[in-house]
Structure formats: structure tokens, C-alpha cells
Design a binder for this molecule. Structure first.
Ligand code: AP5
Length: 209
């Protein structure tokens, strides 16, 4: 199955993509994770992306589209994939349609007030890539999965969160209309417990596990 997960920052795209990707046995491809890895490694792509990500702006399409095209051409994507964070504007959606045909686009909807609380409390484990919220952690500094040290993403500060939400509403939300027109948009309520969101996505995709 070839899928994209849409939704504002903090809607739970990454959280759900981990679970659904494993359940459907398809790779979870997050452009945000690809950029953060490139930044940690100091590659040319990482150096280009950093200035945009730190400001909460989109990395230019000239960098992003080729990176995704190359990733989707790898062997593990032959039977499907789950894209998280791409496409992020209509130009990227049109480009994707030029090199791959999607089965569905899942839009995970959550109101802005809830997103700010989720993003401000998010913690990430660089060792095992786990994502958590401080409200569910006994110790906000220690990864409950592997014992690694939890960190806060650099773009999860109030000013950058505000920019990311603004960019989402102006540039990314029109992508849902693009897929609605193609008849492949699935709307899911992301404002419910994580297990409920997973069940709603599987139902929208008509998948019985
Ligand atoms: P990216 O990494 O894609 O960030 P994002 O879209 O802002 O999304 P997030 O990762 O912040 O949120 P999420 O929806 O995955 O939520 P999560 O599951 O973590 O992109 C970062 C930057 O990279 C962009 O700003 C841009 O600069 C650049 N970029 C990336 N792709 C690009 C592209 N295609 N083009 C150009 N630039 C690009 O959950 C959030 C929190 O909520 C967690 O703490 C989690 O535990 C909690 N949570 C999750 N689900 C629930 C629930 N149901 N109830 C309660 N809490 C929940």
C-alpha cells in the first residue's frame, strides 16, 4: 500500500506512522527525520536544511523532492511505503504524482490549541528514535524504552511552533483538497487516545489485522 500521512505539526503523524508502517510491513519515511539525520551528520543537505528548519519554514522543493524520489526508488519501497511529512505543499504533491501513484492520503486532524501542548511536551530519544510526551513519562529525561537520554527537538520552542503552524495553514493544508479531488483522501480524528487514532486509520484504509 502506498500512503501519505497529512496533518499539522504534532498531529501524531510520526507516532501513528511507526505503528501502521509496522502493521502493514511497509517502510515509514519521514522527511523531517531524514533532514534531522542529515543535520546531525553535517551533510550538504543537512547544512542547507538547517536554516529553514530552525525557523519553522519549509526546506526548498529543489532539495526535498529529489531526496524523496531517490528514497522511493529503493528496494524496500517496491511493495509500498508510508510517507510522513511529504508532500507539504501542492507543488510537492504534483511532483509525487509524477513518479508514484498513491493508494490513500490520510489526514490526521487536531485543533491548534492541543498541538501547542503536544509539541511543547514532546521528548525524543536519539538512541532508539522513540517519541514521547512528558505527561506520560515517569522521568522526563530518561527514555523508557532504552534508558537513553531524552532531548527536546530544537524546533519545538514557542516561536518556531507558531511559525510551523502558520506555514501549515498557508502552504500545507491545501494538499488535503488536492487529494480530496483525486478521491483518495481519508479524514481521521487525531484528538483521541493514540490507540483510537490507530484504529480509526486502519478502518479508513479498510485494513483488518
Ligand atoms: P517534521 O519532522 O515533519 O515535523 P512536523 O510536520 O512539524 O510534525 P511533527 O514531527 O512535529 O509532528 P507529528 O505529527 O509527527 O507528531 P508526533 O507523532 O511526533 O518536519 C520538521 C521540519 O522539517 C519542518 O518544519 C520543515 O522545516 C522540514 N520539512 C520536513 N518535511 C518537509 C517537506 N516535505 N518539505 C519541506 N520541508 C520539510 O506527536 C507529537 C507529540 O504528541 C508527541 O509528544 C506524541 O507523544 C504526542 N501524541 C501523539 N499522538 C497523540 C495522541 N493521540 N494524543 C495525545 N498525544 C499524542
Amino acid at each position: 500500500m502506498k500512503l501519505v500521512f497529512l496533518g499539522p505539526p504534532g498531529a501524531g503523524k510520526g507516532t501513528q506512522a511507526e505503528v501502521i508502517g509496522r502493521a502493514l510491513n511497509i517502510p515509514h519515511i519521514s522527511t523531517g527525520d531524514m533532514f534531522r539525520k542529515a543535520m546531525r551528520e553535517g551533510t550538504p543537505t543537512g547544512l542547507k536544511a538547517k536554516a529553514y528548519i530552525d525557523q519553522g519554514q519549509l526546506v526548498p522543493d529543489s532539495v526535498t523532492i529529489d531526496m524523496v524520489k531517490e528514497r522511493l526508488s529503493e528496494d524496500d519501497c517496491k511493495n509500498g511505503y508510508l510517507l510522513d511529512g511529504f508532500p507539504r505543499d501542492v507543488h510537492q504533491a504534483e511532483a509525487l504524482a509524477g513518479f508514484s501513484q498513491l493508494d490513500a492520503a490520510v489526514n490526521i486532524a487536531v485543533a491548534d490549541e492541543k498541538l501547542i501542548a503536544r509539541l511543547s511536551g514532546r521528548r525524543f530519544c536519539p538512541k532508539c528514535s522513540g517519541t514521547f510526551h512528558i505527561s506520560a513519562l515517569a522521568d522526563a529525561k530518561v527514555c523508557p524504552n532504552c534508558g537513553g537520554e531524552l532531548v527536546q527537538r530544537q524546533d519545538d520552542n514557542p516561536a518556531t511552533i507558531a511559525n510551523r503552524l502558520n506555514v501549515y495553514h498557508t502552504q500545507t493544508s491545501p494538499v488535503t483538497a488536492f487529494y480530496a479531488q483525486k478521491g483518495i483522501l481519508k479524514e481521521v480524528d487525531g484528538d483521541q487516545p493514540m490507540e483510537g487514532v490507530t484504529a480509526a486509520i486502519l478502518k479508513a484504509l479498510a485494513v483488518n489485522l
